[in-house]
Design a protein around this ligand. Sequence first.
Ligand code: SF4
Length: 76
Amino acid sequence: MSDTQWRLEVDRHTCISSGMCSGIAPDHFELEGDGSHPLADVVDQNEAVIDAAESCPVEAIKVFNAASGELVSPVD
Ligand code: SF4
C-alpha cells in the first residue's frame, strides 16, 4: 500500500441508492439491492472517485489516504 492509493468506504445504511456514484465512476462503484459498494477497496488516486464522493447526496462515500488513513473526501 502506498501514499498514492486511496481506500474507499460506502456506508450502506446511509446510502439511498441514488446511483450518482455508479453513474460518475462506474469503474469504482456498483449498485446492488442494498446500496452501492466499491468494486475495489483500495484504488490508485483518480478524480472520478472524488467526484463521486462529493456528488453523493447523503455523503455515504468516504475516501481515505490508504497509507495514512487521512480523510481525502468529502471535505468542507
Ligand atoms: S451516490 Fe451515495 S447515495 Fe447514491 S448510490 Fe452512491 S453511495 Fe448511495
